[in-house]
Write a protein that binds this ligand. Sequence first.
Ligand SMILES: [Mg+2]
Length: 402
Amino acid sequence: MTKHDGFSSDEAVAAVVAPPPTGLHFSPFPPPTKAAARDFKKLAAVHVDIAAPMAGSWFESMKDSSPRRAADAEHGDWMVTSPLHLLLLVLVFSGEVDRFGTQYFSSSGLVSMCVQEKHPSALKWFEVALGAAKGKQIVMFLDYDGTLSPIVEDPDRAVMSEEMRDAVRRLAEHFPTAIVSGRCRDKVFNFVKLTELYYAGSHGMDIEGPAKQQSKHVKANAEEAVVQYQAGSEFLPIIEEVYHTLTAKMESIPGAMVENNKYCLSVHFRCVQEEEWNDVEEEVRSVLKEYPDLKLTHGRKVLEIRPSIKWDKGKALEFLLQSLGYAGRSDVFPIYIGDDRTDEDAFKVLRSIGQGIGILVTKFPKETAASYSLRDPAEVKEFLCKMAKANKGDGAAEKMMT
Ligand SMILES: [Mg+2]
């Protein structure tokens, strides 16, 4: 079993944050004032309505799961709506201006306020969020795209910054750390390039831990075996077959790209004209009719094709906790950070076991089983540095961030 120190933040308070009941979309914590809660909820409700997908429409669902780029959304037309203008006027005339501050009188400020009402900031509420981890073994799970790296138009260029790599490296010195990604394990390793981590690729269907000689924690305990697991390997031949079929089909749709993630396929439509998104979906569905053992899910401007087996990022989280000897222990505090729908399976597992916290990376209010939020990879980096610093208490992470 990997030997890591328990979390020993001097900053952390002893408060225990009880996870909200399963089924709630977001934590009611922190408790706002009554007046602020009333107004926050009004604003949040408006945004939820704006972002809600049209029932029964796959196309609308694709659009819903693929928000415009931040810059577009923050300054684009969808935020400047009549209900929001009306709410601004209500705030002005109800005297709430002073309470909220002038920074909220921009559309981006309103979005930020609504996100933090639905999903409290893991940075702003760091001490509370990590309070329940005091004295426990933290285990870190990190998604890659949109969490450690920015979402980019060419998925092959989704590189992480050196600063982020340093932050993850420093984090892994204190806590067992796993990368859980939809990409194939080799590809995500080539992006991250840290041998001391656990890697769960292809949505957790391909898992491998660090070699003993590459991890000081594993070296410290000779009884630990190298973690390795491949779910659904019998599907590899048909995944390969569908990859070639879809690659040929997508040649007729400019911008569409099929990525082979070994145990699953990703059909990216980020660079496809919106009018043709429906064509992408129809082509994929027509091919999959011949393969009932494969299922289709969708993420941020990507369609995911996976074997129809009960295995996902949540199962990968459970498998890794079990492999590390942490399953069923009350002194373990898993933290999962991710930005995509596929990460919800992991958030739900944390809710079901009543341990740890899920952190959604988002700038917009979304339905989620996560308890907290971070706005973007820059905030993720800040959070990771803060965790390493809190555990070490010597200011090293602070220096790294400057
Ligand atoms: Mg992601």
